[in-house]
Design a protein around this ligand. Sequence first.
Ligand SMILES: [Zn+2]
Ligand SMILES: [Zn+2]
Length: 303
Amino acid sequence: MRLKLWGVRGSIPVPGVTTIRYGGNTSCVQVLPEDGTILVIDAGTGIRKLGKRLMQSACGRGQGDVHLLISHTHWDHIQGLPFFAPLYREGNRVTVYARGREDTHLDVVLKSATKDPYFPVPFDAVQAETAYRELREGESFYIGACKVSCARLNHPWIALGYRVEEAGRAFTYISDTAPFSDVLLEHDFISSPPTPGDRPSPENVAKLRQMERALVDLCRGCSLLVFDTMFTDEEYRQRPHWGHSSPAHALAIARKAGVGRLVLFHHAPNRTDDQVDQILAETRGGAPDMEIIAATEMAELEV
Ligand SMILES: [Zn+2]
Ligand SMILES: [Zn+2]
């Protein structure tokens, strides 16, 4: 199984001369399993180019069967979807998976993003057959020969991390999450960081520990871990309530799960290529036993 990275950025696309090497498109990772299943994780702006590539094969003939796992529906993880060409070819089938919500349904959320006055083409006008599957954390299911499992992440309004396993090889995709120590992020808008010295309530500490245990179990035995490392440690200290991690947090999870290869992912929009180089060098310097890669648009990784 291989991965191809079509978008590695967080928050908003940032094309330009300072992001040209690592890339400016938002989150989108294609999984290339040996059995040929079309499997994609997240639909940030990177999915536009992936869609064009897919149209050169079965999707172009209206015979594509695309499976799209969404970590959560924040803009940077879905904003490429209206530009995903396989949706506009009759005969294709696109199945979207994401965590179910109590208050609404996944198709309603996605359709609302392209409603007038935001976009000229309503989602109901796409020609492909669409299907939606709402998930719960802890669930496992098969897509072709791939076993997919998911766990909850510590992010405002909740995100899911995914593990994909085929023929004994597995990787995990964790975007977006805060570490499991300082703030429990659920369904409330938290406008400011906790007062220094304040700890979460015992009930919330228990929830965070349980969430971390489930995430470490999800990652265990993987040969590759793709992880949200949008923040530096200093940025995290200022914004622990934003729902993102630093490379140190990612390394801690990788070590707990016994994973030896880590991909730094979801680069901050204001991070220049040179700054990513520097973060990569510092992270590698502190973890000589690990293979650490900074996610680069269009890169392919062997799982
Ligand atoms: Zn994000
Ligand atoms: Zn998010």
